[in-house]
Design a protein around this ligand. Structure first.
Ligand SMILES: [Zn+2]
Ligand SMILES: [Zn+2]
Length: 171
């Protein structure tokens, strides 16, 4: 459980670091390994403003070439905890405001860290920003190798130059 003790916390700014196994915060695929969370908290008389940044390694499959690759995904959020004597309604999941009783002794972060980490998984997953994908004709991964499918009519002098460029990129 990731929690920050807020009872008797004086007004001011605080920093916290958390790390642990993804299973500690109930995060699963595509994430694996450890999570690292940095929290900055500002305490005022009537509210707490909390900024959280989490970094976790994810194993993804490239949408273009289907290769498995790993990437650090960073998820950030800001949450506002408003102190309120009477909390009539349940806290609403769709806002970034949480009501907190003035006598609350702690705030718990697991669920928010998990929810925002899940949201941060990109819709489009690319192993490289300019992944060349697979050749539609022969299926070769064009990041690793070139194929002859579309170069059959190109000038051999250009071919040499292209290979030079590819070699330089690989360095
Ligand atoms: Zn790719
Ligand atoms: Zn090909």
């Amino acid at each position: 459980m990731i929690k920050i003790k807020v009872s008797n916390l004086s007004n001011g700014n605080y920093d916290y670091d958390f790390e642990g196994d993804v299973s500690d915060i109930n995060v699963s695929e595509p994430y694996s390994g450890k999570f690292f969370t940095t929290v900055t908290l500002s305490k005022y008389d009537s509210q707490i403003i909390l900024d959280s940044e989490t970094r976790i390694k994810a194993n993804l499959n490239c949408d273009r070439c289907n290769k498995e690759f790993s990437s650090d995904i960073v998820s950030k959020y800001r949450m506002i905890y408003l102190f309120r004597q009477n909390i009539e309604n349940e806290n609403d999941d769709t806002t970034d405001v949480i009501y907190l009783h003035p006598d609350a002794d702690k705030i718990e972060l697991d669920k928010d860290i998990r929810d925002f980490a899940v949201l941060a998984v990109p819709m489009k997953k690319l192993c490289l920003e300019d992944c060349k994908g697979l050749c539609p004709r022969c299926g070769k991964n064009l990041n690793e190798d070139s194929c002859d499918c579309k170069d059959q009519i190109s000038d051999p002098r250009w071919e040499q130059l292209k290979q030079l460029i590819v070699k330089n990129k690989l360095k």
